[in-house]
Design a protein around this ligand. Structure first.
Ligand code: GRF
Length: 212
């Protein structure tokens, strides 16, 4: 499967996905392109070092619709079949979402639906929750809202800061995102509205139908 990854910054999830693709943990796939809306994104440097095709598509004052039109055309040029948002800091336009129906995933650093939006780790600390985590979900038009594929939880410690919590959480994010993508690529996911069911390979070989 051809995977396109959208980033805005560090790109550690992108690197985890790339490693999993190279090792075969995410099977029969390649990263066709990594796109950043931020010219200075360090993730782009890392992707270049790995020999992955990259493209900077800065907003340059354009509307979301115009900006996304260019992103869509680059994804199409690279025949992308799965789009992974990995620290991409902009909402997607309706047109881009509709261009890749049930083919766009995102990872968010909280147990959704709690703590949507920016600084989710700080939001969790400020609220006083004892457990937080990360969520991989399909992308729809609302912020951090689409159907949930996978979640991982971690404890929030008494002396946690946003930094210490983020440092522990990002390691789980890498594992969780890779596993969600593996399931998607392997056709082990069935979606009914908001409900995402994991269909085991055993069920698949027994002839169960799959929506992908
Ligand atoms: C991650 O915490 C991810 O959950 C959020 O943005 C951060 C991106 O980190 N959406 P990285 O760029 O993948 O290192």
């Amino acid at each position: 499967m051809n995977i396109g990854i959208l980033i805005s910054g560090r790109g550690s999830n992108m690197l985890a996905i790339s490693e999993a693709v190279s090792s075969g943990r995410i099977p029969n796939s390649r990263i066709s392109v990594v796109i950043s809306d931020q010219p200075g994104a360090t993730g782009i440097k890392h992707a270049n070092e790995l020999g992955i095709e990259t493209q900077i598509i800065a907003r340059n004052g354009r509307t979301r619709k115009e900006h996304d039109r260019e992103i869509c055309s680059v994804l199409r040029q690279h025949e992308v079949q799965l789009v992974c948002l990995a620290g991409y800091m902009r909402l997607l336009s309706k047109d881009l979402i509709n261009a890749f129906p049930k083919q766009i995933l995102n990872i968010h650093p909280s147990l959704l639906p709690s703590f949507k939006g920016l600084n989710a780790q700080q939001q969790a600390i400020d609220y006083g929750v004892k457990i937080t985590g990360c969520t991989v979900h399909f992308v729809d038009e609302k912020l951090d809202h689409g159907a949930i594929i996978l979640q991982e939880s971690i404890d929030v410690l008494n002396d946690d800061t946003s930094e210490s919590l983020s440092e522990r959480l990002i390691l789980r994010e890498h594992i969780c995102y890779v596993e969600a993508i593996r399931r998607f690529v392997s056709g082990e996911i069935r979606v009914e509205g908001r409900l995402v069911e994991n269909v085991s390979p055993v069920e698949l070989s027994a002839g169960s139908s799959n929506s992908f």
